[in-house]
Design a protein. Structure first.
Length: 183
C-alpha cells in the first residue's frame, strides 16, 4: 500500500474534522478518499425506520471511501461519518484514478484495498448469519480490543445487531464469567 500512501502524501490535502461529521451522505456520489491520520470513522446505513447500523469502522492508517460509489459512479447507499475528531488526508478520486492508469503499484494497492473491503463484508455477512451476538463481540474484541474502547456503546451494539442494553448484558456476563473488571 506504499504507492497509495505516497499519493495521499503528495496529492492529499490535510483536513481537520470534528466528531460526528458526515464526510459522505447516502445518495451522494463519492468523489474523495480519506486517509485517517488520527481519529475514527465509520460507514453506516440508515434503514426506513431511522435506525443506524455501522458496516465498518476505520482508524489510524486506514483508507476509507464508499468504494462501491467511487467505482461505479452511482450514489452511495451509506453514510461516512466521523466518530471522533479526525485528522485526515483527502484525495480527489478522479486525480487518483488518473494516476493509477500509469502506475501499476498504485493499481495493485487500489485492488488490494477493494479486496480487503470485500473480504470484510463477506465475513460480516457470514458472521451475522452463523454467529451469536456474543460470538461476534468476542471475535471483534479478539482482533480490535483497543479500538473497541473508542466506539460508543450504542454504535457498537447496532453493528453487532443488538440493542445497547443487550450489549451491556453480554459484556456484564463475560466479565462475571471471566472475573475481569472491565471488558
Amino acid at each position: 500500500m506504499k504507492s497509495l500512501y505516497d499519493c495521499f502524501l503528495e496529492l492529499g490535502i490535510s483536513r481537520q474534522v470534528e466528531a460526528r461529521q458526515s464526510l459522505l451522505r447516502a445518495g451522494e456520489v463519492a468523489q474523495r478518499l480519506y486517509l485517517i491520520e488520527k481519529g475514527c470513522a465509520r460507514l453506516c446505513v440508515i434503514d426506513s425506520s431511522g435506525r443506524e447500523t455501522s458496516t465498518q469502522f476505520f482508524f489510524e492508517g486506514d483508507v476509507v471511501a464508499s468504494l462501491e460509489s467511487l467505482l461505479t459512479g452511482n450514489p452511495s447507499g451509506q453514510y461516512l461519518v466521523t466518530i471522533e475528531a479526525c485528522h485526515l488526508r483527502v484525495i480527489n478520486a478522479a486525480e487518483l484514478m488518473k494516476r493509477a492508469q500509469s502506475d501499476t503499484d498504485l493499481q495493485n494497492d487500489l485492488h488490494a484495498l477493494t479486496q480487503r473491503r470485500l473480504i470484510h463484508y463477506v465475513n460480516l455477512y457470514t458472521s451475522a448469519i452463523a454467529d451469536s451476538p456474543t460470538q461476534r463481540y468476542l471475535a471483534l474484541r479478539a482482533t480490535h480490543q483497543q479500538q473497541l474502547e473508542r466506539i460508543p456503546l450504542h454504535i457498537l451494539a447496532a453493528y453487532l445487531g443488538v440493542s445497547a442494553v443487550h450489549l451491556s448484558r453480554i459484556r456484564r456476563k463475560l466479565r462475571s464469567d471471566s472475573g475481569l473488571d472491565a471488558i
